[in-house]
Design a protein around this ligand. Structure first.
Ligand code: SF4
Length: 269
């Protein structure tokens, strides 16, 4: 194990797990995807998959429910955000009452980070800590996300972080299609303003909504999806909150991060 990789695995808390599992060496580039992900990657080598194609065809204007039925984004909402600058967009989100979540939020959670960042991290929705602080990915999951980013040489301040939903669903329940349909235009406008080199999507809900598919997370990992209209590559990995509950999956997450790094540098497509 080389020194850099050993340091990274220590940051992610993987080395100890690997030793315990007796799989030292399995988390390198060759382990960038799990068995399912590797099979997917082989099947999709160098090209956007069907999900990516679907995204290229219309992810900026339509979402799908988790059963695959298309959910039209409200045209007025889409049009109203399409020309906003960062400040106008932030103001629109802060005052938004498009869906019922406005009634239960403490405050909106617009996004945080470098508005010229090359990396955009997209999560699902604010939790209790985020709702109180007005910032995405704070608390333990946020600390783990920071560690994951550091592991690939990125300080939190150097990326931009946003969620699909800008308001917290009560009890941290999954967002409804109606809520994501109302809120996605804000994320689409953030992506248009940022024009990131790569989007790292954390968790099933974020990935399915951003890509407009109902594909399971295991089959979304290990490949680069192309997001319309610019074909921005999207790489999918686990949500840090899930990794806190299932630390045995950190090795796979590290593989996803290595893969994302390769995609960001144009060495993988
Ligand atoms: S979740 Fe999005 S669409 Fe709903 S009220 Fe909040 S900002 Fe508006």
């Amino acid at each position: 194990m080389d020194a850099r990789r050993a340091a990274v695995l220590r940051v992610l808390g993987v080395e100890r797990l690997e030793r315990r599992a007796g799989v030292a060496g399995a988390a390198g580039a060759a382990g960038a995807a799990d068995a399912a992900g590797a099979a997917d990657a082989a099947g999709a080598a160098g090209a956007a998959d069907a999900a990516g194609a679907a995204g290229a065809a219309g992810a900026a204007s339509a979402a799908r429910t988790r059963t695959g039925a298309p959910v039209a984004l409200a045209p007025p909402a889409q049009a109203a955000t399409a020309t906003l600058d960062w400040e106008g967009l932030a103001s629109a989100v802060a005052a938004c009452t498009r869906c019922a979540l406005h009634a239960t939020r403490t405050q909106t959670v617009f996004g945080v980070g470098d508005r010229a960042a090359e990396w955009l991290v997209v999560g699902e929705a604010p939790g209790a800590d985020e709702d109180l602080k007005g910032e995405p990915f704070v608390g333990r999951a946020g600390q783990l996300l920071n560690s994951m980013l550091r592991a690939i040489g990125l300080a939190r301040e150097r990326v931009y972080i946003a969620n699909v939903l800008k308001c917290r669903p009560p009890g941290n329940r999954d967002p409804t299609p109606q809520e994501t349909g109302c809120c996605l235009p804000y994320l689409h406008r953030q992506i248009a303003l940022l024009r990131p080199r790569i989007i790292l999507c954390v968790g099933r809900i974020a990935a399915q909504n951003l890509l407009g598919v109902d594909t399971p997370l295991a089959r979304l990992r290990g490949r680069a999806h192309a997001l319309a209209p610019l074909g921005t590559p999207v790489v999918v990995t686990y949500h840090p909150a899930y990794l806190l509950r299932a630390p045995g999956e950190k090795r796979k997450a590290w593989g996803d991060l290595e893969f994302a790094l390769e995609v960001a540098h144009g060495r993988r497509a």
